[in-house]
Write a protein that binds this ligand. Structure first.
Ligand SMILES: N[C@@H](CCC(=O)N[C@@H](CS)C(=O)NCC(=O)O)C(=O)O
Length: 215
């Protein structure tokens, strides 16, 4: 499919998640591949039956691509990256899938355990335990990336886009201090113009949401 993609995110979010809402990774990929898209919104506060009909957990993002509606950011990225240089074929394609799943299942999940303990529950003891586990995972990822610019086949793929986005929250809270390889990897990925554009667009979206609320 080559027509515009419709990407749905929230109509508004508080300050703290701004820049980290997962529509960012989808925007980033769409910018990388030059695919046109428009952004629609669904209410954060009063979630609608229409929202749950498209995203069974009442979360964002979800996209419409032609007749196809997809939720789960990893699935969305893999779908949109198909037939583009961001998702090679053959064995390298399998390795990209492996790293996409590792990002979601072996790194992001540990980052989220820490986020929930520290930022949502404000339970410092639990957060300290989660921090140790997250730190281990990040150290292991740094070792896996040793001597490499990118995760697979010496080129930027959808796996790097996702992994870098996942690393942004740990990085913002100091978890990459002492991990120079991961810091350089993250800077390499997020320094791409498509990432900067996606981030600026998401922040503009929330600024516009504030203006609408104030009006
Ligand atoms: N596994 C899902 C997670 C989606 C997710 O956690 N979305 C957040 C925004 S980044 C959300 O909708 N949070 C509100 C909620 O869970 O009610 C994905 O990757 O798409």
């Amino acid at each position: 499919m080559t027509g515009p993609v419709t990407l749905t995110t929230y109509d508004w979010v508080p300050q703290s998640p701004r820049g980290h809402v997962r529509d960012l990774r989808v925007r980033w990929l769409l910018e990388e591949i030059g695919r046109p898209y428009r952004v629609e919104t669904t209410p954060l506060m009063d979630k609608t039956p229409e929202h749950f009909a498209q995203q069974p957990f009442g979360q964002v993002p979800f996209v419409r691509d032609g007749d196809l509606v997809l939720f789960e950011s990893g699935a969305i990225l893999l779908h949109l990256a198909r037939d583009t240089p961001l998702l090679p074929g053959g064995d390298d394609g399998a390795r990209v899938l492996q790293w996409v799943i590792a990002g979601l299942n072996s790194v992001e999940v540990w980052a989220m355990f820490w986020v929930v303990a520290k930022l949502f529950r404000k339970d410092d003891e639990a957060a300290a335990r989660e921090a140790v586990l997250l730190g281990q995972r990040l150290g292991q990822l740094e070792a896996a990336l040793a001597g490499k610019d990118w995760l697979v086949a010496d080129r930027f793929t959808v796996a790097d886009l996702l992994m870098a986005d996942i690393l942004r929250i740990p990085a913002a809270h100091g978890f990459l201090d002492g991990l120079p390889g991961l810091q350089a990897y993250l800077a390499r990925a997020t320094g791409r113009p498509a990432c900067g554009k996606a981030l600026a667009d998401q922040m503009a979206h929330w600024a516009e949401a504030d203006r609408r609320r104030a009006a």
